[in-house]
Write a protein that binds this ligand. Structure first.
Ligand SMILES: C[S@@+](CC[C@H](N)C(=O)[O-])C[C@H]1O[C@@H](n2cnc3c(N)ncnc32)[C@H](O)[C@@H]1O
Length: 363
């Protein structure tokens, strides 16, 4: 604690107006409140620089700080502080959503598996930081490491967003004597968190290198629409999940290569397979995002109802199917499609992206 205070004072000497005498951390908070009236850019830069230290300050002070700042300022501060690109926020958003759905359905995700993490391991990183004992990812295309700065920033961000909820609690509910503030010291170093992720590639999702009944939660975002063998994929997920284990998937079933989101349903299977190239075989997300690859990326063209039926056929209980994106069914024009799509109900065809939560029945 004395070392931290000394560090704080040194730090404040650099960032606060000359002549301001700081004796206690409490003074820092008062100074911050006053500085909140200064120009927006200036105050944000200031807050962004001190958030880590503030998270360690005694509760009474934090209470007054929480009253003085809004979330918008904090988010802006975190952005500035972490020098992060949007992938960082995306990773945390996906983690929060999947973790929430898992817990909502009574599954505590101790052992998690991500299918097709893509260009970074940010979501699995969040799961490990949140206490998962085993976090694995498989991808058909090996990842190029985004570099240590990405994971360092993500770790900082986790400290900050953890701090948000704590601050709200302390500001509104008072202080529990046993409660501790999240600080950078409580969370392992980014390289240690990363080292605990069991990432395997190239591995196709329909041949998972994991034991039967070893996983609590298997999840994916925008990956299952690309798998060439959907039935085998669902069977593999059922095999590795424990009884009561959950599958949470967001599946993007629109045509990836056209502004018309249903255009590919007009193509015969033979035409489509001729044009579309699967992931793996030299096609990677990184290449696509980098603009180096032009062409039609393979999607299996399964509709929402097909996925639901596949999960049910493999013995899953489907707990939720939520539409994320849809077109107006009146605009679908299904007479232009080939079979089997032409005969499908309009409200099924209208779905462009959805989330499915399915459970292996508990024994
Ligand atoms: C559109 S990216 C999505 C990446 C990431 N989940 C995200 O939300 O940004 C699809 C990912 O799935 C992977 N993938 C595609 N087919 C796969 C398969 N059969 N087995 C494992 N991974 C696959 C791709 O390599 C890619 O990383």
């Amino acid at each position: 604690m004395p070392a931290m205070k000394a560090g704080l004072k040194r730090f404040l000497g650099q960032v606060l107006a000359p002549g301001l005498r700081l004796v206690e951390p409490r003074d820092l908070l008062e100074a911050l409140r006053l500085r909140a009236d200064c120009g927006r850019d200036e105050s944000e830069a200031l807050f962004s620089s001190i958030l880590v230290e503030v998270a360690s300050i005694e509760p009474g002070g934090v209470k007054s700080l929480a009253g003085a700042l809004g979330d918008e300022t904090l988010v802006a501060a975190v952005r500035a502080r972490s020098d992060a690109n949007d992938s960082l926020f995306y990773a945390h958003h996906v983690f929060a959503e999947v973790d929430f759905l898992s817990r909502k359905h009574g599954c505590q995700p101790r052992s998690v598996l991500e299918i097709g993490p893509g260009v970074n391991l940010g979501v699995l990183f969040c799961f490990v930081a949140a206490g998962a004992e085993h976090a694995a990812g498989v991808d058909i295309e090996p990842l190029r490491d985004p570099g240590p700065a990405f994971y360092r920033s993500l770790r900082d961000y986790l400290v900050f967003v953890g701090g948000f909820s704590w601050w709200r609690y302390f500001a509104t509910e008072g202080v529990h004597p046993g409660a501790r503030f999240p600080t950078c010291e409580n969370l392992a170093a980014p390289e240690d968190i990363l080292a605990r992720i069991d990432y395997r590639a190239p591995v196709p999702v329909d041949r998972l290198p994991f034991a039967d009944r070893s996983v609590d939660l298997v999840f994916s975002i925008a990956a299952l629409e690309h798998v060439p063998r959907p039935a085998e994929t669902v069977a593999e997920m059922s095999r590795v999940l424990r009884p009561g284990g959950l599958a949470v998937h967001e599946i993007d079933v629109k045509h990836h290569g056209s502004a018309d989101p249903l255009a590919f349903l007009s193509w015969s299977e033979a035409d489509y397979l001729e044009k579309a190239r699967p992931y793996g075989e030299g096609t990677s997300l990184e290449g696509i995002l980098g603009g180096a690859w032009r062409g039609e990326i393979f999607c299996n063209r399964l509709r929402r109802s097909d996925w639901q039926a596949l999960f049910e056929d493999r013995g899953f209980e489907v707990l939720e199917v939520e539409t994320v994106l849809a077109v107006d069914p009146a605009l679908v024009q299904r007479e232009r499609f080939v079979e089997p799509f032409r005969s499908r109900p309009l409200d099924d065809l209208a779905v462009l992206s959805f989330r499915i939560v399915a459970r292996v029945p508990p024994q």
